[in-house]
Design a protein around this ligand. Structure first.
Ligand SMILES: [Zn+2]
Ligand SMILES: [Zn+2]
Length: 89
């Protein structure tokens, strides 16, 4: 299997991973790896981090979408260079 992003640019590169969200195959250049902490619910409903960090592989599109969706102040604050403490309306 070859990398989807490379194929879209008329290049050939073997895929080494698959995007966890959209399922496209990715080469080492296009695979974006983020650390993922597994948790369990402890006493008093506290969330407890367990074990070493694992990883999640996404394509650049899905990574950007997840970053925007999980940004504290929405997609505008997700852009690099935006102030971390944007005023809320
Ligand atoms: Zn690629
Ligand atoms: Zn994807």
């Amino acid at each position: 299997m070859n990398c989807y992003e490379c194929a879209a640019r008329a290049m050939d590169a073997p895929a080494v991973a698959v995007c966890v969200d959209c399922g496209v195959a990715l080469c080492i250049e296009h695979a974006e790896v983020t650390p993922r902490r597994l948790t369990r619910t402890g006493a008093m409903n506290r969330t407890v981090v367990v074990g070493p960090a694992t990883r999640t592989v996404r394509c650049h599109l899905c990574r950007a979408a997840v970053d925007a969706a999980t940004a504290p102040h929405g997609p505008v604050a997700a852009r690099s260079g935006s102030p971390a403490t944007a005023p809320t309306a």
